[in-house]
Design a protein around this ligand. Structure first.
Ligand SMILES: CC(C)(COP(=O)(O)OP(=O)(O)OC[C@H]1O[C@@H](n2cnc3c(N)ncnc32)[C@H](O)[C@@H]1OP(=O)(O)O)[C@@H](O)C(=O)NCCC(=O)NCCS
Length: 474
């Protein structure tokens, strides 16, 4: 697999290959090879014309192809199962989980360059992959790392905007406020105001996305040090890669934590386009809101407890059990009782279930393997491992939960907790920093491919009843 990957995402469109062999062939022919270019912008610029051509051809020749039907269930059920948007970076199969540009998590761990041989993939490598569809070389990743460092300076007013909030404000509120203040620097907004042509939209979008990715860790670390460490801030270290630098600015320099941070950011970067944060970004970006406005919309969706805030909720829930029983060494029976108690009080079990997945989340498995390697005897890890046995049968018994298996949020918190980042109300910020790696590339492609304003149709309840009656009477 080494340095070449095919641009894969469009080949996932549900055409029957036998019937549409032209398209299948053209997709195969559009495999791209690394140009050996160390500059991400130049690499991308080369790719754009062929992808524009591909989308144009799809629209012209196959615009009429039906991808499924819309049912009343879908309208009332959060649009589950409705194929409705284009997302290049990753796709999620219900049984297998996420693939990043066609690569599974273990494949990414094998193929993407690490800080040292045999280590975890560098987030910069994932960014390159998500944006270009190609596996980068170490030289390309190092060059991107350097580029991000050179873009990382955060204007003082972003910190001041955070300082205007009470220190008790939720970490996500402080983070989103700081990112919102960065919007003042939007290159896209400036370019639009000065009358940039549509064909060039992707260029200032690229600038904004790269600046945003580069600047967000300092904002996120500022929130952490302000809220939990008495405002004792740590500057960036110019010798470190992206993940290591973020960990360093938070105050954690243990080499294992640096590796965990790299893995965490890489794994949380993207999860196709239908999840709340990605979808929010896609929607808000569609009327040409700039990348800052767009990313803040994604963060606000991520801050919901059924989405990104679940990592906070998992650790909080685990701490409650430990507190109630008085020890982390909890028996299976005690754990079952607590799960039932939570369900009987009308709450969900955080870290379990998924809108699309129907098996254990491979991101959960990946983080679990890291824990097995580095903290196999940690009491909270042992507790989370026991939960993995206890929770699924109980959720299955409820008879309504479509996926009783653990998701990515079920074990990420205990890893951060082990390394000393114990403040669970910060965990969703870590997720947010990572999500930028998936949302930014898609936004750049949205502008490069000329994706239009998103505007689906809604119906009133009366109309839905009328349409239902009509359909069933005939
Ligand atoms: C992720 C989640 C929101 C997906 O929701 P969904 O697609 O509607 O899931 P389902 O179709 O399986 O839901 C059917 C029912 O099972 C319930 N259910 C799903 N997961 C559950 C869980 N972990 N604990 C208890 N009940 C759960 C739902 O609340 C719903 O109940 P209702 O019909 O009374 O409203 C849901 O599984 C959940 O709330 N999980 C816990 C929060 C979490 O971990 N979020 C992070 C996801 S990565």
């Amino acid at each position: 697999m080494a340095f070449f990957r095919s641009v894969y995402a469009l080949s996932k469109l549900p055409f029957r290959v036998g019937q549409h062999s032209n398209i299948a062939n053209s997709i195969r022919l559009l495999q791209t090879e690394s140009s050996g270019n160390n500059d991400l912008y130049s690499e991308l610029k080369e790719l754009i014309p062929e992808q524009q051509e591909r989308v144009k051809k799809l629209k012209k020749d196959y615009g009429h192809v039906e991808l499924g039907k819309t049912t009343v269930d879908m309208v009332l059920g959060g649009m589950r199962g409705m194929t409705a948007s284009l997302w290049l970076g990753s796709s999620v199969d219900p049984e297998e989980g996420v693939r990043f540009r066609g690569m599974s998590i273990p494949e990414c761990q094998k193929a993407l360059p690490a800080a040292a041989p045999g280590g975890e993939p560098l987030p910069e490598a994932m960014l390159w992959l998500l944006l270009t569809g190609k596996t980068p070389s170490k030289a390309q990743v190092d060059s991107l790392s350097q580029e991000l460092r050179s873009r990382a300076a955060v204007p003082d007013y972003a910190f001041k905007a955070i300082d205007a909030l009470p220190v008790e404000a939720h970490a996500m509120t402080q983070f989103a406020t700081g990112v919102m203040a960065l919007q003042v620097q939007s290159e896209f907004q400036k370019a639009y105001e000065s009358g940039i042509a549509k064909s060039k939209y992707w260029e200032p979008t690229y600038e904004d996305c790269m600046n945003l990715i580069a600047r967000v860790p300092a904002v996120a670390a500022y929130v952490y040090r302000r809220k939990y460490k008495d405002g004792n801030f740590i500057p960036m270290d110019d010798s470190l890669d992206y993940g290591a630098n973020y960990s360093h600015m938070l105050g954690f320099d243990d080499p294992k934590m640096l590796e965990f941070m790299r893995l965490y950011i890489t794994m949380h970067s993207d999860h196709e386009g239908g999840n709340v944060s990605a979808h929010a970004a896609h929607l808000v970006g569609s009327p040409l809101s700039d990348p800052y406005l767009t990313f803040v919309a994604a963060l606000n969706g991520l801050a919901g407890p059924l989405h990104g805030l679940a990592n906070q909720e998992v650790l909080r829930w685990i701490r409650h059990v430990v507190q109630e029983v008085g020890t982390p060494h909890i028996s299976t029976e005690q754990l079952k009782d607590y799960v039932h108690k939570t369900l009987n009080s009308g709450q969900v079990i955080p870290g379990y279930g998924h809108g699309v997945l129907r098996k254990t989340d491979p991101r959960y498995t990946c983080l679990r393997e890291f824990a097995l390697k580095h903290l196999p005897d940690d009491p909270l890890f042992l507790l989370v491992s026991k939960l993995k046995e206890v929770v699924p049968p109980i959720l299955t018994q409820l008879g309504k939960v479509k996926n009783p298996w653990p998701n990515v949020d079920a074990d990420s918190g205990i890893l951060f907790n082990y390394f000393g980042l114990t403040e669970e109300s910060y965990y969703t910020v870590l997720f947010g920093v990572s999500r930028n790696f998936g949302i930014g590339p898609q936004l750049i492609w949205d502008r490069a491919l000329g994706m239009p304003l998103e505007r689906p149709k809604s119906v009133t309840l009366e109309k839905l009843q009328e349409l239902s009656a009509k359909a069933t009477s005939s």
